[in-house]
Design a protein around this ligand. Structure first.
Ligand SMILES: NC(=O)c1ccc[n+]([C@@H]2O[C@H](COP(=O)([O-])OP(=O)(O)OC[C@H]3O[C@@H](n4cnc5c(N)ncnc54)[C@H](O)[C@@H]3O)[C@@H](O)[C@H]2O)c1
Length: 285
């Protein structure tokens, strides 16, 4: 069991809705929390019985030991300043995006090296239960050689819930589709090149790009594409979000529900088909 004490920096949506419920299930030892907004730190601590609410990052660092693991869940633009203050050789989980542009990503990498941080950026989609199920089919060679990966998201995302996105110079790929790009790289390795166009939307002109079309180029025989539209404000019926992987012997289609009818969500599903000579393709759950 993972017993090190965890200190959380940032008490926002992701910490309340995902990290802390998961840590509770896993029995992780969360000992402290800090947020620039003390009310948010306090209410999160009350909700999840976290014993220490720190009023400043310095207070938190004074209480930390060499064993403390830092969970940094702040907007991408705040990561560098937080990391710069952590003690050398700390263990730290960082949220995506890894900064808001390439220069910031390089600075974050440089800081991690210079300070000898044991650091990871949270790309959890590649470990989601339905992806692990798909990978099992792939590893057992049941669907054969992959020749097509398609990720298609057509939902309505209320971006206005996250204040910091209004000043983010780039939005959709950094704050969302980066998970899909990570997943495709995890399945197929690095592409030869990437074609991408990311687009704003007339109903959200104050935000940077909120839709993306990404083609990851794996040569003449393997197609990989990501299409996201977060502005489908036409009700639930045509909303969809799926990952489809096709191979020479079969295919898998995962519908992931977290984004559907946000924040209500819908159930996830994972279906697959294995081609049988002479038989009709039959999809199974
Ligand atoms: N891995 C994932 O799937 C995933 C999902 C959602 C969000 N995220 C990432 O997590 C980060 C936070 O997202 P969120 O939805 O919780 O946002 P949020 O706006 O709900 O919360 C962010 C919190 O960070 C606090 N904060 C900002 N700067 C800080 C600083 N320097 N020190 C301490 N606290 C600070 C804010 O006061 C706020 O409470 C974002 O970068 C986002 O991209 C990752």
């Amino acid at each position: 069991m993972f017993q090190q004490s965890i200190y959380i920096i940032g008490a926002g949506g992701i910490v309340n809705d995902a990290h802390l419920p998961a840590y509770k299930l896993a029995g992780y030892n969360v000992q402290g929390i800090f947020d620039l907004n003390p009310e948010k730190a306090k209410s999160t601590a009350e909700k999840f019985s976290i014993p220490n609410v720190f009023v400043s990052l310095q207070d938190m660092l004074n209480a930390a030991t060499a064993e403390t693991v830092f969970d940094v869940a702040v907007p991408g633009s705040a990561i560098i300043s937080v990391l710069a203050q952590l003690p050398d050789s700390s263990a730290v989980l960082i949220q995506k995006p890894m900064g808001e542009n390439l220069e910031e990503a390089e600075q974050i990498q440089e800081l991690c090296k210079k300070k000898n941080l044991l650091a990871a950026v949270n790309f959890q989609l590649r470990y989601a239960p339905y992806i692990l199920a798909a990978k099992k089919l792939i590893q057992e060679r049941l669907i054969g050689d992959i020749n097509d990966v398609e990720i298609n998201v057509n939902v309505y995302t209320p971006w206005h819930l996250w204040d910091f996105l209004y000043t983010a110079p780039r939005l959709e790929i950094l704050y969302h589709s980066i998970h899909y790009i990570d997943l495709v790289r995890n399945l197929l390795g690095n592409p030869q090149s990437v074609y991408a166009k990311t687009t704003k939307h007339p109903s959200m002109p104050q935000l940077a790009s909120v839709r993306s079309n990404v083609i990851m180029d794996y040569g003449d025989m393997v197609a990989a594409s990501i299409h996201t539209n977060h502005c489908h404000n036409y009700g639930r019926p045509e909303q969809q979000s799926y990952i489809k992987i096709e191979g020479s012997k079969g295919a898998v289609k995962i519908s992931f529900g977290a984004l559907i009818d946000y924040p209500r969500g819908a159930a996830d599903s994972c279906e697959y088909v294995l081609l049988q000579e002479g038989g009709e393709p039959e999809w199974k759950n």
